[in-house]
Design a protein around this ligand. Structure first.
Ligand SMILES: CC(C)(COP(=O)(O)OP(=O)(O)OC[C@H]1O[C@@H](n2cnc3c(N)ncnc32)[C@H](O)[C@@H]1OP(=O)(O)O)[C@@H](O)C(=O)NCCC(=O)NCCS
Length: 157
C-alpha cells in the first residue's frame, strides 16, 4: 500500500469514487481543486496495486492552533477491513503532529455504527454534549444546517 498526497487535478476521480463508494450521491465543496490545493498536506490517497483504494481529507485548524480536523475518510468497499483506513489516519496523524497539532477531531452521524466502531479502534472518544440521542452524546445543529453529530476526539501522543 502506498500513501501519498492527492493532486488537485485528480479531484474529479475522487469525487466520482466518493459517490460510488458512498452508495449514493455525495457531492461537497471539499471535492474541489482549491480545497486540495490549500490543504494538500492533509489530503491523502491510499493506492493498492496502483489503484485508488481510499482517501482522507482534512486540515489544520486556524481557530484552534493545537488541533486538526478530519473532514472525510472513505475506503473502497473491496478494501474495507484491510487496514487502509487505519493507514490513512496514521499518515494524517504523522503529518499534523509535524505541524505541532496534538488533538484530532472529526464527526459522524449517530446512526453510523461502522464509523463509530472504526474511530473507537483508532483511539477516538466521544466528546460529552448537552444532548444525547439513543445514549450517544450529540452536538445539536453542529453544522448550522440542522445536523446532529457525534464529535470524536483523539489526543496524539
Ligand atoms: C469507516 C471506514 C473508513 C473504515 O476503513 P477500513 O479500511 O475498513 O478500516 P480498517 O480496516 O483500517 O480498520 C481499522 C480498525 O477499525 C475496525 N473496524 C473498521 N470497520 C469496522 C466496522 N464496520 N465494525 C467494527 N470495527 C471496524 C477494524 O476491525 C480495525 O481494527 P484493528 O486495527 O484493531 O484490527 C470504511 O469502512 C468506509 O469507507 N466506510 C464508508 C465511509 C464512511 O463511513 N466513512 C466515515 C464517515 S464519518
Amino acid at each position: 500500500m502506498r500513501i501519498r498526497t492527492i493532486e488537485p487535478e485528480e479531484i474529479g476521480v475522487i469525487r466520482e469514487r466518493a459517490a460510488r463508494w458512498w452508495g449514493g450521491s455525495y457531492d461537497s465543496d471539499m471535492f474541489s481543486k482549491w480545497y486540495v490545493h490549500h490543504f494538500r498536506d492533509t489530503c491523502l490517497a491510499a493506492e493498492i496495486g496502483g489503484e485508488l483504494a481510499g482517501f482522507v481529507m482534512g486540515f489544520c485548524s486556524q481557530t484552534e492552533p493545537d488541533s486538526a480536523y478530519i473532514r472525510i475518510v472513505m475506503v473502497s468497499p473491496e478494501h474495507r477491513g484491510g487496514g487502509v483506513g487505519r493507514a490513512l489516519y496514521e499518515a494524517f496523524f504523522e503529518r499534523v503532529t509535524a505541524r505541532g497539532r496534538s488533538v484530532v477531531r472529526c464527526v459522524t452521524a449517530p446512526h453510523k455504527a461502522n464509523s463509530l466502531a472504526f474511530h473507537a479502534k483508532l483511539g477516538f472518544r466521544m466528546e460529552p454534549q448537552a444532548e444525547e440521542r439513543d445514549g450517544l452524546p450529540v452536538a445539536v445543529d453542529y453544522d448550522g444546517r440542522g445536523g446532529e453529530r457525534v464529535v470524536l476526539v483523539k489526543r496524539l501522543a
